[in-house]
Write a protein that binds this ligand. Structure first.
Ligand SMILES: Cc1cc2nc3c(=O)[nH]c(=O)nc-3n(C[C@H](O)[C@H](O)[C@H](O)COP(=O)(O)O)c2cc1C
Length: 139
């Protein structure tokens, strides 16, 4: 089985709860986004959508990380579908320029996006993230 790492930039905890669900089905814990990029074959990278794009930690990771030859699966939560999709598209483009292969596209969306309307994600939302991650890691 391929090695997996899950990193997330989440201010209010919704995207973090998605990360925890993804990590759970991947048999790992959520990593620390402030530390150097872990040496895993599949990277799950997630963020909330904060006006201009992902959070500062995620932006820094995208900028400074080495992604050549790595598989990356992107996930996000946002209020507006178009904003979330645009953010995932921009993240995918940046990563592809750095040599990553994006896996886990959902239709035309470059990753898994859930629209958050409340303070917490619903159990069904978390189940969607789990199912999406299971397909990627093959668990
Ligand atoms: C400062 C800030 C700016 C935001 N801007 C947008 C935005 O432009 N478009 C959007 O769809 N959602 C926006 N949101 C909503 C968040 O993306 C959404 O609540 C998300 O689920 C937050 O994830 P978190 O709980 O992991 O922090 C914004 C939230 C914050 C706090």
């Amino acid at each position: 089985m391929e090695t997996v790492a899950v990193l997330v930039d989440s201010r209010a905890g919704r995207t973090r709860s998605a990360a925890v669900a993804i990590a759970e089905v991947s048999g790992v814990s959520v990593g620390d986004i402030k530390k150097p990029l872990p040496d895993a074959e599949i990277l799950f990278l997630g963020s909330g959508m904060y006006g201009t794009g992902p959070g500062d930690y995620m932006n820094r990771l995208l900028e400074e990380g080495t992604f050549t030859g790595r598989k990356v699966a992107l996930f996000a939560t946002a209020t507006y579908p178009r904003d979330g999709e645009k953010m995932l598209g921009n993240m995918a483009e940046t990563l592809e320029k750095k040599g990553a292969t994006i896996v886990g596209n959902t239709g035309s969306v470059r990753g898994k996006l859930i629209i958050s309307r409340y303070l917490r994600l619903h159990p069904e939302d978390l189940e969607e993230f789990r199912n999406w991650a299971r397909e990627i890691v093959g668990n």
